[in-house]
Design a protein around this ligand. Structure first.
Ligand SMILES: [Zn+2]
Length: 285
């Protein structure tokens, strides 16, 4: 057990293990979002692509922020319908040219949106990417909504993975993304923002009023540019999340685990460093 008093005055270091800074809703604000998060203690961002269209943006972002952005490439179940016949070769080649990358976001979804997408097709695309992550010994970030049974069936035989999923699922909720790495100890806690989605809700009463939406950033940006973009004005900024809010996730998870925030911050940061430095080509020390 660490001595929390020794941390007084030091900023807690945090690691956003899953976000989407390439998302078109926030991509133009990424420099400021990243700066804000770094100022609040976030050292790294695992930026997850979701479709062939955004993989190049993720790659570019990891080149622009070599020490803080970890690129992750994957085809998310919501976007499998738009894949090209060559998608898997493109993905494989991308890992060849970007050794620092991990796999994500991939997964299975039987939720309100996911159930509109053929599930057998989802399983096929998911399995292919999962196999690739095993082959390349890379961690994979898995999205799973109302399909845990199917996920467990696919994972059958990998006991470390099974316990990891049940642990995450018990407090992270079904819509949250899960992380796992093959052949590693099961006790891992990671923190993620999933920005720009999953803005922490004020209904988590101990967090009330603390979530920082992108509204403030957006208005500052408009001032800097001297005008505001009309398409930006129509965006529901108050619903968009950013990685700086991971401090709220930290507080929430710490309260659930009855653990001091400083201890959870240190533990989760250490776990993330270990996970994201565990494969050949990683840029994390
Ligand atoms: Zn996500």
């Amino acid at each position: 057990m660490m001595n929390s008093s020794s941390r007084c005055g030091e900023m807690m270091k945090l690691f956003d293990s899953h976000c989407h800074l390439q998302d078109p809703r926030i991509h133009h604000l990424a420099p400021q979002i990243i700066r804000t998060a770094i100022e609040s203690g976030v050292s790294h961002f695992a930026v997850n692509g979701v479709s062939e269209k955004d993989w190049s943006l993720v790659k570019k972002m990891s080149e622009d922020y070599p020490s803080s952005v970890i690129p992750c490439f994957g085809l998310h179940p919501w976007y499998i319908l738009g894949r090209t016949p060559n998608w898997f070769n493109t993905l494989s080649d991308l890992f060849g040219s970007t050794p620092s990358a991990t796999v994500g976001e991939i997964g299975l979804d039987k939720g309100s949106h996911g159930k509109q997408i053929d599930f057998n097709d989802q399983v096929q695309v998911f399995r292919q990417q999962l196999e690739l992550s095993k082959e390349l010994k890379k961690p994979a970030s898995v999205h799973c909504v109302r399909a845990f049974g199917d996920l467990l069936e696919i994972m059958q035989g990998d006991s470390s993975l099974l316990s990891r999923i049940s642990r995450n699922g018990s407090y992270a909720g079904e819509a949250w993304c899960l992380f796992f790495l093959f052949r590693v100890p099961t006790e891992r806690i990671l923190l993620e923002s999933d920005a720009p989605d999953a803005l922490p809700k004020s209904s988590l009463n101990l967090l009330q009023g603390e979530a920082t939406s992108l509204q403030a950033i957006q208005s500052q940006e408009a001032n800097i540019l001297g005008s505001s973009n009309s398409s930006d004005q129509s965006l529901p900024k108050e619903t968009l999340n950013q990685p700086a809010n991971i401090r709220i996730v930290l507080r929430y998870v710490a309260s659930m685990l009855e653990m001091p925030e400083e201890e959870l911050a240190e533990l989760s940061h250490r776990n993330a460093l270990q996970l994201f430095s565990s494969y050949p080509g990683s840029k994390v020390d």
